[in-house]
Design a protein around this ligand. Structure first.
Ligand code: ATR
Length: 274
């Protein structure tokens, strides 16, 4: 039996085990996906142990996405982003990758968004925004980063090619000519709030949210009302998992089975805000 897993502490209720195990069933793999919650000081030992035990791959979540940077061989994108969410243990040495970034791009392209040449507005300047901004820049987009703390947006913009940094106050103007808007903050998860004024949205936009609890965020509802196309947060979650699974197994992921399981799990969760 092959073992994969998720490293974080605390992990909380993760959708990854059911999503990945749905894929294993579909592919006829004898495999399990397990949650591991090591103490921060044991992280290096945990990774070495995982390798020694023949664990094939690990996803990494809060608070370890930066900590593991020094413990694995980084691919170029993960190195530039400065965060790892996927570790491949199938080779001679553990390698670190960022499938959050790849997942965001694939969520967009799978919804017929032509990222090359697009004008993208990214809200946020934390780890998620950083991953998304780099991967969109690689794909040929022009990026405007808008953040509550303007200085963080400006700092991120100095690192990302073809990008500018702004405060949230610039959003109405930035969105007038934008093609894509991505919320890369956690706003909308705890409360029924949006980081973007509803009046700044328009029908020419595609609006993507990284928040998936709830799936229907205030931002996405406002976007629908404005006539914009929407991409909910489960798509990025799905495609980061797809990219991780494909890296670990070398097989095409059964995207539909993974998506169905993910959405069934999310639909089964009670209460909009948790
Ligand atoms: P992550 O790594 O998950 O992206 P993070 O580094 O804590 O998390 O970043 C969170 C992002 O959400 C930041 O861009 C943050 O804005 P600040 O840089 O000004 O802190 C943004 N954010 C969090 N709460 C917010 C709120 N209530 N309104 C607007 N932006 C918010």
């Amino acid at each position: 039996m092959d073992v994969y897993g998720l490293l974080g502490n605390p992990v909380g209720h993760s959708l990854s085990p059911s999503m990945h195990e749905a894929a294993y069933r579909e592919l006829g793999m004898d495999a399990r996906y397990v949650i591991f919650e090591p103490e921060a000081e044991s992280l290096r030992a945990a990774l070495q142990g995982a390798s020694a035990l023949g664990i094939k791959g690990l996803n990494v979540t809060i608070p370890f996405k930066q900590e593991v940077l020094t413990m694995v061989e980084l691919d170029e994108l993960a190195d530039r982003i400065g965060a790892v969410n996927t570790i491949d243990l199938t080779g001679d040495r553990p390698t670190g990758h960022n499938t959050d970034a790849v997942g965001a791009r694939r969520a967009l392209t799978d919804h017929a968004v032509d990222v090359d040449g697009a004008r993208a507005v990214v809200v946020g300047a934390g780890g998620a925004a950083r991953a998304i901004a780099f991967v969109l820049a690689d794909a040929g987009a022009t990026i405007h980063i808008a953040n509550r703390t303007k200085e963080r947006a400006e700092e991120l913009a100095t690192a990302v090619p073809k990008s500018t940094g702004h405060g949230l106050g610039d959003l109405p103007e930035l969105l007038e000519n934008a093609d894509v808007l991505i919320n890369a903050t956690s706003v909308g998860m705890e409360e029924d709030e949006s980081p973007v004024p509803a009046g700044a949205l328009n029908r020419h936009l595609t609006v993507m949210d990284i928040v998936y609890r709830p799936l229907e965020t205030r931002l996405l509802r406002d976007a629908e009302e404005a006539g914009a196309a929407t991409i909910d947060g489960a798509w990025m979650l799905l495609y980061q998992g797809v990219a991780a699974l494909e890296r670990w197994t070398g097989q095409d992921a059964p995207v539909e089975a993974m998506n169905e399981t993910l959405r069934a799990e999310l639909a089964g969760e009670s209460g909009a805000f948790k």
